[in-house]
Write a protein that binds this ligand. Structure first.
Ligand code: CDP
Ligand code: CDP
Length: 225
């Protein structure tokens, strides 16, 4: 059998990270982990339970009551996010969650909580994880690190299309503002800001399609295994 590696995919919001991560996991028979889903689920819990996240003690207490788990869905053939045994895969994609997630993901205790679990999931390798700090902080020794980008306008259009299917009241301005705000907070926060790892390979998919992005990433994988 081929050796198993860790593949990390970091980058800006809605530039195609999870699409590529799922493609690679399927092709290589690896586990795909959406680290952003964990921050989104924590955010959902904080919002629902009116946690005052400016209060460190309240945050720590809340985290003790949060159990996150990815469960594989045989029908969709995808792993889905569970928060305290509830399937939250769909609700965590709401703009309501996206409006607060970057603020909450910037909290040190929240990051420690998520990063510890992410590192545990990668112990056996054979994993593709996407996020913001996966190649820099979670798996600094990963064999393959990809940093994804795409033009702002294209990213906004792609995400708008997704959200509009769920909620036709959504406007392109709302989506644009949300992506800009998250990218700003994510790249300027003190703990584990979004940045390109020195040894990351850059993939700009503004102009390339799904098949091409997979082909390119697979060629990098095959240099290694
Ligand atoms: O898919 P999208 O680009 O919209 O974002 P996501 O991957 O679902 O992540 C949602 C938010 O979680 C990001 O905007 C970050 O604030 C946070 N996040 C993070 O801080 N670190 C990660 N490794 C992944 C996500
Ligand atoms: O995970 P991230 O937020 O970076 O992005 P995503 O959810 O993988 O992709 C956002 C949207 O862009 C999805 O609707 C994808 O189908 C679409 N996409 C695309 O049109 N062309 C690509 N080469 C990659 C993604």
């Amino acid at each position: 059998a081929r050796k198993k590696i860790i593949i990390t995919i970091d980058g800006w919001s809605s530039c195609g990270k999870s699409t590529l991560a799922k493609q690679l996991a399927k092709e290589l028979n690896y586990v795909y982990i959406d680290s952003g889903a964990m921050y989104r689920a924590i955010t959902l819990y904080f919002l629902r339970n009116h946690v005052d996240w400016t209060d460190t003690q309240e945050v720590q207490k809340a985290l003790e009551d949060i159990q996150l788990e990815f469960r594989y869905n045989e029908n969709s053939l995808q792993s889905e996010m569970y928060l305290n045994d509830e399937n939250v895969e769909y609700v965590i994609r709401d703009l309501v969650v996206a409006e607060k997630v970057s603020e909450i993901a910037a909290i040190k205790d929240v990051r420690t909580f998520a990063v510890n679990q992410q590192q545990e999931m990668g112990r056996k390798k054979g994993i593709v994880m996407d996020g913001r700090d996966i190649g820099t902080v979670v798996f600094p020794k990963a064999e393959l690190k990809i940093f994804m980008t795409a033009d702002n306008k294209i990213r906004v259009e792609r995400r708008f299309k997704e959200l509009f299917e769920k909620n036709p009241n959504i406007t392109i301005e709302e989506v644009k503002n949300n992506l800009e705000m998250r990218d700003y907070i994510d790249s300027h926060r003190e703990v584990s800001p979004l940045r390109q790892a020195d040894d990351a390979r850059v993939l700009d998919n503004s102009k390339i399609g799904m098949d091409e992005q997979l082909k390119l990433a697979l060629s990098w994988v095959h240099e290694l295994i």
